[in-house]
Structure formats: C-alpha cells, structure tokens
Design a protein around this ligand. Structure first.
Ligand code: FES
Length: 362
C-alpha cells in the first residue's frame, strides 16, 4: 500500500515534458499575470503537469513547473504537497476519490469503500491492470446526492454497493459511464420527482392578472364595488387613509356611456381618486397641457392635486390617455415631471407665466 499524498523522489523516472498540445493552455495561464508575477500560475501549471503525467505529479514534473515559473523547487513541492488535488504517487487510468465525510458516511460511503477494496485493492494501490486506483477524500461538495465519488474529472452520485461495482466494471471494460446521479432524480431535486412548485399557476403568470393592489405602493389600484355606480378606495391607499373624509369611501362618479370600448371607471388601472380635495385644490392649469376644460374633467374624476398626477403609474397614464381620448398626450406634454415639481412647491416656466395670468385675472 502506498500513500499517494506522500512525496517520493524515486517514484517517477528522471524526466518530464509537457505535451505539445498543452503549451497553448500554459500560455493562456501565463498571460493572466505580469511576467514578474508568473509564480501565481503555479497551481494551474501543476494541474496541467499532473494531467500530462498520467494523473499524478512526479518530482521531474514539479521541477519542470518550477523552471518555467522561475521558482525554487522547494516552493513548488510545498504547494503540490499541500493541496489534496495533487497526487504524489502513480495512480490508475481512472482514479476514484470516495467521499468519506459525515453526510456521505451516513448514507453509505463505507459500502463504496468496501467495493473499492474488493475490486482494486488497498487504499492507494493501483489495480485492475493499471486501470483503477482509489483513495478516500473529504467532502467534495455534493452532499445532497450522498454518497458520491469523483472519478477523474466527474462526479458520480447517489451510489450504493451495486451501482459502484457496476461503475468500476464499466470503466475497466472501456465503457464511458454517464456522470451524475444513479437514482431517479434530476440533479439535486427530490428522489422520484418534484414535491414543490407543482401548481403551475404559481409561475405561469396567471396569478399576476388577479393582483389588484400592492400594499404601500405609491399608486393605489381602485376596485369597483358596484359597476358603473360606485368605486371604493383600497385599504392600501396612503392618501385616503389620512384624509379627514376617508371614512366616506364611496362616491357617485359620473358615468361616461358615450365612450363604449374605452377604459371604464371600474378598470383597476384607474388612478387614485379623491371624493373631494384635501384642503384647497391645486390649480392644475399650471401643468402645461391642462386647460380649464381638462381640469374640470380631472376634478370630476377625483383628481385635484399635483401629487396625485405625480404618482400616476404607466398603467394609470394609459388609462387616462384612453379614457379621455388623449392618444399619448400625458407623456407628450410631460404632465408627470411637471406635476412632480409642482407638488413639492417647485415652478416651471409655464407655471410661472400661468401664475402671473391668474394674478392679473386674465
Ligand atoms: S459529505 Fe460527501 S460530498 Fe459532502
């Protein structure tokens, strides 16, 4: 029995050279670092050397890496012997790393080790005519599919005595077993299929169409209590909650029967409305694009303040455009930016002019 983690000066001949096709990979790794920092490439270089040396690192292979990186040999030995990904003794064509850490142990890794011992030999030995070798390693990060083993570069999961034995036989027979789980599961999903998210409506978008309000959202959605007659404020409407007349939640709203096919007062996209101004109504005519007639219509719809317009969502704007046959006028005339400015006491060029006209009583 040999310890594949133990450095052995005599284990692997007297020379090593990288394969020709590996040179491009070496150039790639070296290009990642400034020349005076090329030692930073020591781990990938050792990894490439291990690949080109049949799965383990001989002393000449480590020396070649040290020469290429202009490092002291001892520095490269230190790195190679520290990381368990590097092996210091010859291994089989297929090297099996069985995880023996607690989750895998509790799920039967001892059985996998038993199979390795019987088919390959003692830990660290090379068996099956040089085809197989094995070692026990610590957690490989696939605990959800325990017990598992890594064979060369791939994970084989949810193993048991039978599947492990078959796996090793397949490798010896020159087959190319598929990596991954050995039971009925998709990656790390539950055995036998999904147990959650079985209701497609949770993710097919159909529930979104039923969403009527988002608590605390700036623009409240209005729900209809009695179609065409009364509308009700939602509980999440912050402005109405503070309104002295908030208890008066239902109000008669004029019905526009002449606009068949247009958005209706009951549409959930209708903007937040008030049944009367909170204090004094704003002069909405200070918004460029809103004249006396539109202001009257907006008031009729329960819109009295700049802050209400400032809070309109895209859906609200579309509703207003549609309801009043505006064809994009709200956006074109920049009602929202103007209303935002005016709602916090600001002025626009237009509102300044408009105020002067009002003062003169024109
Ligand atoms: S314990 Fe075995 S993969 Fe984590």
């Amino acid at each position: 029995m040999s310890n594949i983690r133990r450095f052995d000066m005599d284990a692997g001949g007297s020379s090593f050279s990288f394969k020709q096709e590996t040179e491009a990979k070496i150039a790639f790794w070296l290009s990642k670092y400034p020349n005076e920092r090329k030692r930073s490439a020591v781990i990938p270089m050792l990894w490439l050397a291990q690949k080109d040396n049949g799965g383990w690192l001989s002393e000449p292979a480590m020396r070649e890496v040290a020469d290429r990186l202009e490092m002291a040999y001892i520095r490269v030995y230190e790195v190679a012997t520290f990381y368990t990904m590097f092996r210091m003794q010859p291994v089989g064509e297929f090297h099996v790393q069985v995880c023996g850490t607690t989750p895998c142990m509790l799920r039967g890794s001892d059985d996998l080790i038993k199979v390795c011992k019987s088919k390959i030999g003692d830990k660290g030995s090379v068996g099956a005519n040089g085809k197989l070798s094995w070692e026990e390693v610590e957690c490989l990060g696939a605990c959800v599919n325990a017990p598992m083993a890594q064979i060369n570069d791939y994970y084989f999961e949810d193993l048991d005595e039978t599947s492990m034995a078959k796996l090793l036989d397949d490798f010896v027979a020159g087959k190319d077993p598929q990596p991954g789980t050995r039971i009925d599961r998709q990656t790390s999903a539950p055995e036998g299929g999904m147990t959650t998210l079985l209701d497609e409506s949770l993710y097919d978008g159909s529930l979104a169409r039923q969403l009527t309000s988002i608590p605390g959202a700036p623009s409240s959605v209005v729900e209809s209590a009695e179609p065409d007659v009364a509308v009700k404020e939602t509980a999440s409407s912050p402005k109405l909650e503070n309104n002295a007349s908030a208890d008066k939640t239902e109000t008669e709203v004029p019905k526009k029967t002449e606009n068949a096919g247009k958005p209706t007062l009951e549409d959930t996209d209708r903007p937040l409305f008030l049944d009367k101004p909170e204090g004094e109504a704003d002069d909405l005519k200070q918004v460029s694009g809103i004249g006396p007639k539109i202001e009257a219509t907006l008031n009729e719809l329960g819109v009295f303040h700049f802050s209400q317009i400032a809070d309109w969502s895209k859906a609200n704007i579309e509703w207003v455009n549609g309801y009043l046959s505006f064809k994009g006028r709200v956006e074109r005339e920049n009602w929202i930016p103007q209303a935002r400015l005016l709602s916090v006491g600001g002025e626009t060029e237009f509102s300044r002019r408009q105020s002067k006209v009002s003062e003169k009583g024109e």
